[in-house]
Design a protein around this ligand. Sequence first.
Ligand SMILES: [Zn+2]
Length: 305
Amino acid sequence: MAAEKTTGIVLRVIPFSETSCIVTMFTRDFGKVTTMAKGARRPKSPFEAALDVLALCRIVFLNKNPDAMGLLTEAKLERRFRSATRSLDRLYAGYYIIELLNSLTDDGDPHPELFELSNQVIEQIDSTEITEEEVGFTLLNYELKMLEILGHLPMLTKCVSCGREKTTIARVSFGLNAGGILCGSCRGGESNIVSLSPDGLQFLLEMVGGQIGEQSRNSDNWNGQRQELFNANDNQNSQRELEGRESLSGATVWNPELENKELVDADAAGMEPDRCLKEVRRLIHKYITHLLGFQPKLYKFLGNL
Ligand SMILES: [Zn+2]
């Protein structure tokens, strides 16, 4: 019987019998793993205080066969989730990450990149590295990266059905069934359509491109980054689309009295990031609900974020 060593995030701890626990973890090397921790509830447990939800642990377990529950033999605490006693909003955010990992990943299906991402985001949420106001944005960023890693990221640059490039600056139709934006011709027969504003779509595109959050919104290269994003879209419509977006993003663009720096600031203000963030979070929550076939329980507790 092979002893497996890995690092895991504790997702669930269920008491079993008088002295034991059943522990589910999302591990770096084996994906989601459920093991029996014998004697974990005894006063002098070999696992000490490692088995707490959202804690990061180094573990050793015996895996008899893939269909049977493994046996946890060692768990050493690497990092505890301390916000559990300090901030309800941060705790809910942590629980939401657990719910997503539980619902969107399968047992024994490793995703090391998702493990690293989840570990990093849990640590951020539990630290003063981000403010309480930034937790919502951090969660959206996590949701999008998770969807990308798991192959569920929606199509956002062209019609998911016919592949036609988006050329208008009007609101777009996002098909939950189709998994992306739909052109006017293709949206006809589709159900489960959500309308998305042009600013919301652009915000989403820039988040997916990693261009919001890693650089200051008002930095001098903000427009340069946007330019790069649209240049990457190498088709004849891209320039037309870019012009449409530029004129959309603020009427001040054509005012010759404004200095370049002010243009950047006015442009950023025109984005109304809070409104875009809310709109895009609502859309992604609908999309995840549609993917899962049920609404995550934690949504109703994330309202303040
Ligand atoms: Zn189409």
